[in-house]
Write a protein that binds this ligand. Structure first.
Ligand SMILES: Nc1ncnc2c1ncn2[C@@H]1O[C@H](COP(=O)(O)OP(=O)(O)OP(=O)(O)O)[C@@H](O)[C@H]1O
Ligand SMILES: [Mg+2]
Length: 298
């Protein structure tokens, strides 16, 4: 692990779970050398969360939506939206209820096909080619969602009968990783997300914040290229939500993943690098940086 990834400044949402020593290096090969720290990450205070990370370079586009249009009957949910997220970047999508935020997230994530427009998952540093998500078959999109994307929802949506470690390991097991290996990988996410000692607890034995941190770990365990979160703190109290959001932003950034967060909460948006606002299916404006104003003035 690159020691430079330790936080050098106070986190906006200080967490009792965060300490400089809780991110053990993973025993897997690091490709491409040390992870370059995203410019500005040090100042943000979010540079040190998440176990890991491989040699993802934190630059270049991760995912692009271009001129996305989506109609439901006569409702135009998306009316020509274009949005690109870069690797290591966190983008908040804000806007009134019914403005098209979730529809945008679903189109970008390959959950839903736009009527027109393109969604491109860009090739990583390790080679490969750009992939058109919007033209893929349902089956291919399903595979892509499991292998390249991570998801966090408002409610943790854990499987109640499985202990935390198996809930976290689930996406790996669905991808064919043996249970024991998957659980071992899952366990690496416990301490960084403040879940040490809770691996055997079932969801009913966890607090709301703990359950949502299990959901974060589940979203991150496959080391996705993009993490999508729809109101990830909506069911949590303010303090727990801020802490959870801080962990989500820092862990995705540290993994070199892009993060797309739909939220109504300006505090959540402030934790992101950039905010875009959707109104009536269109992107209004964007604001950059932690002080980005919803509705964006630049
Ligand atoms: N499956 C659907 N069938 C019909 N209309 C839909 C469907 N999904 C969304 N819509 C409509 O599309 C528009 C955008 O919905 P969307 O869920 O994207 O809004 P949102 O910004 O996420 O709202 P909220 O903040 O309430 O979650 C709304 O008018 C909604 O009623
Ligand atoms: Mg929504």
């Amino acid at each position: 692990m690159d020691p430079n990834l330790q936080a050098s400044g106070p986190a906006p949402y200080p967490s009792p779970h965060q300490s400089p020593h809780q991110f053990p290096p993973l025993p897997r090969p690091v490709q491409g050398g040390p992870v370059p720290t995203r410019p500005g990450a040090e100042q943000s205070g979010w540079a040190h969360s998440g176990p890991a990370l491989s040699g993802h370079a934190l630059s270049g586009p991760a995912l692009s939506g271009h001129a996305l249009v989506k109609r439901f009957g006569t409702t135009v949910a998306l009316d020509g939206v274009s949005l690109t997220v870069t690797r290591g970047e966190s983008v908040a999508i804000m806007g009134p209820s019914g403005s098209g935020k979730s529809t945008l997230l679903h189109c970008l994530a390959g959950i839903m096909r736009p009527d027109t427009g393109e969604v491109v998952l860009h090739a990583g540093d390790q080679g490969g080619t750009d992939q058109r998500v919007d033209t893929m078959s349902e089956r291919a999109r399903s595979h892509l969602r499991r292998s390249r994307f991570g998801f966090v929802f408002q409610f943790a949506q854990l499987l109640p009968e499985l202990p935390a470690e198996e809930n976290i390991a689930l996406p790996l097991m669905l991808g064919g990783v043996a249970r024991r290996t998957a659980v071992e990988q899952a366990q690496r996410w416990l301490a960084p997300l403040g879940l040490a000692g809770l691996q055997k607890r079932r969801p009913g034995e966890l607090s709301g914040g703990q359950a949502q941190r299990v959901a974060l770990a589940r979203a991150l365990v496959t080391e996705p290229s993009v993490v999508f979160a729809d109101e990830p703190t909506g069911a949590l109290d303010q303090a727990t939500g801020e802490e959870t959001m801080g962990l989500l932003v820092s862990a995705t950034r540290r993994n070199g993943a892009a993060l797309v967060v739909v939220t109504h909460d300006p505090q959540v948006a402030r934790a992101c690098d950039r905010t875009v606002e959707v109104r009536d299916g269109r992107l209004l404006a964007t604001g950059d940086g932690p002080m980005a104003v919803p509705g964006g003035r630049r």
